[in-house]
Design a protein around this ligand. Structure first.
Ligand code: SF4
Length: 734
């Protein structure tokens, strides 16, 4: 037996794990890493099942090639040659890339997706971001100048937290990296703070809160607008950071009185006013909105209003408020105007955001013939047939592609349409660093997890798979050496740093810097460079670890390797205005695109709520579609049920099952009557609907896909995000 320590890659909480392995490398146990300064031993059922997930016998171990409708195993070289032939037959503009959610949890996804996209020579780029958090990126880009400059609630010091559309007792948090999120919320209440949860369901998080506010799905923007209106009307504003556009915001929201907003969102006007007063009066408060406020038709407006409220109450960038993390690999962010819509999708003319087009239009771009129609697709760690709106249509569209290659460990509902599947190795065989999630952490913290197990001879890491795909897509062939790509990227990174005035290595020789880097592969070398160039790096004047021995605190890969439990870099510190990348150097409170979109919100002010609407639901033992083949995570009672208020069920004469219909499709689903959901709302988790795959456990617990009902024609126009919450449906007895 031996133990290894590494970060859990299964959700955004980045918990440290202590893993016990037997002499054959099999995982004998997983527990929380007590010595991790951030997670302090916390673990959830998903993390505890990491060994089962990693050793799943249904994971592919060799590439698969589909010929004449039959799958056969192939060698890696044969598979890459098949990819070369498939991509060569399709010109760049007719190629597309889709990146799934787990891409954000791997070094390979973080480091090699961008080069792959560039090499594909296409603007047809899609990801799970437009089925999730793109509104947050767009609002952050417009307000702070960079789509990753996202403030997070300072959970450990706040005295008042207004949380909308988030259920961290199930999800463990999102766009707010906080291991043991539940414990941090309990601590907030223990120290006398107040937690208010706004949600159409009385979730476990809402049950923990001091106050739960029911809100009609999709209308959080009205509630927030009413709060902001009240802050202005009652002269409760206390702006402490440099801003532009204060008067424009006040004017734009003049019509959003608490009374008007109450009618639109279902929250009483007195309560809207009280929430505004409480936010303003709290010594330190934060507003935090997440998926329920993103995946709606006013998603970007809701994210904007969250941070307008934080600014107006003096809580942006102050301890206990909403603060900006300072991650160890953050590079300089140039000041320039952020904009979306630099190009548009071919069929529906939807604007790009962050270089991506909405996944809600992916099927249009495949099915609609003409120049630029997608004929070849590369997917990485994604199952959009289950996770994107109107997945049934995508299922049909993928079947018509000329060529599809999937980097994925499973033959699943999406990858079954591939011509080649390239399976990455086990989690334990790859190094792990959370480039994205550590930039959203409620404490500054860093940790690298080296591989725990060796690779089988000839088996490539996911990083190498993506590097080889990049070489193939750029025309260098299946035999090209992927290490050349790493060297090229390193050279560019070091040259740019040496040429940048004010950089920690300004004027130094890139070749000399390259010689100083350490790492066992390209991904580690690139991590070393980013750490050393970063705000805590040893190239920035901090004492190098190697020279200082125990005392040197400058970050490098070597230092992280000697700190297997991670390194606490301290509580969040105020960063404004230095971290703003807006052209003005101030927080833009009234970006033109947002103010223009407020007119759409105003038009909807008088809209009457009619009929039933569908919302999603998260469960502690699940994460999208990718954990349903692990027996301990899917056992017990059926979780893929439609929650409905018992009074609604009785009125409609619904018993065990119901037929649910939307503009996109219909489902027959088992009912779960519960008074925890408000009337007029039904809830179905997504990621289910397993069918026709080789995932044997998932096939025994198939459930139904909520994305049979979601409608790809409805999006948040500013971000292109799909609408999953507030989908109109009708119900009838099965
Ligand atoms: S909360 Fe997330 S990171 Fe922590 S153990 Fe569970 S799945 Fe892993």
């Amino acid at each position: 037996m031996r133990t290894a320590h590494r970060t859990c890659p299964l959700c955004e909480a980045v918990c440290g794990l202590t893993i016990t392995l037997d002499e054959d490398g099999r995982v004998a146990g997983v527990r929380g890493d007590d010595a991790d300064p951030f997670s302090k031993g916390f673990i959830c059922p998903k993390g505890a099942s990491l060994g089962r997930l990693d050793e799943d016998p249904d994971r592919l171990t060799r590439p698969l090639i589909r010929e004449g409708g039959e799958w056969r195993e192939a060698s890696w070289q044969e598979a890459f040659e098949a990819v070369e032939r498939g991509l060569a037959a399709v010109p760049g503009p007719a190629r597309a890339v889709y990146l799934g959610n787990p891409s954000a949890h791997t070094m390979a996804g973080a480091l090699y997706a961008a080069p792959l996209i560039r090499a594909m020579g296409t603007r047809q780029v899609y990801s799970a971001s437009t089925a999730d958090q793109m509104p947050k990126h767009v609002a952050a880009g417009l307000m702070f100048g960079h789509p990753l400059t996202i403030p997070v609630p300072d959970l450990d010091r706040t005295g008042y937290l207004l949380m909308l559309g988030a259920n961290p007792l199930e999800s463990n948090g999102s766009l707010c990296t906080a291991p043991d999120f539940p414990g941090r919320l309990k601590a907030l209440r223990r120290r006398g703070g107040k937690l208010v949860v706004v949600d159409p369901r009385r979730t476990r998080t809402a049950a923990l809160a001091d106050e739960h506010v029911f809100v009609r799905p999709g209308t959080d923007a009205f509630l927030l607008a009413g709060i902001v209106h009240t802050l202005f009307a009652e002269k409760l504003t206390d702006v402490r950071v440099p801003v532009r556009g204060l008067a424009e915001v006040e004017a734009a929201l003049a019509d959003f009185t608490p009374e008007a907003c109450a009618a639109a969102c279902g929250v009483p006007s007195e309560l809207i006013v009280r929430l505004a007063r409480e936010l303003a009066a709290a010594p330190a408060a934060a507003v935090y909105g997440r998926i329920g406020t993103c995946t709606v038709e006013f998603g970007t407006l809701a994210q904007w209003l969250v941070d307008v409220a934080n600014v107006l109450t003096g809580n942006l960038d102050r301890p206990g408020g909403a603060m900006f993390p300072h991650p160890a690999t953050e590079g300089p962010r140039r000041r320039k105007p952020y904009a979306t819509g630099r190009w548009h999708s071919r069929v529906r003319e939807l604007p790009e955001a962050n270089g991506e087009l909405p996944v809600a239009t992916l099927a249009d771009e495949i099915e609609t013939p003409g120049e630029g129609a997608i004929r070849a697709l590369v997917t990485v760690a994604g199952n959009p047939v289950l996770s994107a709106p109107n997945g049934a249509r995508l299922d049909r569209a993928f079947a018509a592609l000329d060529f599809m290659v999937c980097v994925d460990p499973y033959l699943n509902e999406t990858t079954r349409h591939a011509h080649v599947i390239l399976p990455p190795p086990r989690v334990m065989q790859a190094g792990h660093y959370d480039f994205a999630l550590l930039g959203l952490a409620v404490r500054d913290y860093t940790r690298y997890s080296p591989p725990v197990l060796p690779l089988e001879p000839g088996r490539p890491l996911e990083a190498e798979i993506l590097a080889r795909l990049t070489m193939i897509a750029s025309g260098q062939g299946a035999g090209a050496d992927p290490a050349l790509l790493d060297e090229m990227i390193l050279d560019q990174m070091l040259r740019k740093a040496a040429d940048t005035p004010g950089s920690p290595v300004e004027g130094r020789d890139p070749a000399e810097l390259r010689a100083m880097l350490t790492g066992g592969n390209g991904a580690e070398l690139r991590l070393d460079a980013m750490l050393r160039l970063g705000p805590y790096g040893d190239w920035g004047g901090r004492e190098p670890y190697e020279n200082g021995g125990e005392g040197g605190d400058g970050l490098s890969l070597a230092r992280l390797l000697r700190s297997p439990h991670g390194i606490d870099l301290g509580p969040l510190r105020p960063r404004l205005p230095g971290n703003l990348a807006t052209a003005s150097g101030a927080v833009e409170l009234a970006p033109e695109a947002i103010v223009t979109d407020v007119a759409r919100l105003r038009e909807a002010l008088g809209r009457q709520a009619e009929g039933f609407v569908l919302i999603g639901r998260r469960h502690l033992r699940s994460n999208n579609s990718w954990m349903h083949n692990v027996a301990p995570l899917v056992g017990g009672s059926n979780r893929c049920t439609l929650q409905i208020n018992p009074e609604d069920a009785a009125e409609l004469g619904l018993a065990e099952q119901a037929v649910v219909r939307s503009a996109a499709g219909e489902l027959t689903v088992r009912l779960e009557p519960t008074d925890t959901i408000m009337r007029g709302v039904v809830s179905l988790p997504h990621g289910w609907g397993h069918a026709g795959t080789s995932q044997l456990v998932a096939a025994k617990h198939p459930g139904v896909s909520a994305n049979t009902l979601t409608d790809e024609s409805i999006i948040d126009p500013l971000s292109g995000n799909a609408v999953f919450n507030g989908v109109p449906v009708t119900l009838s007895p099965a």
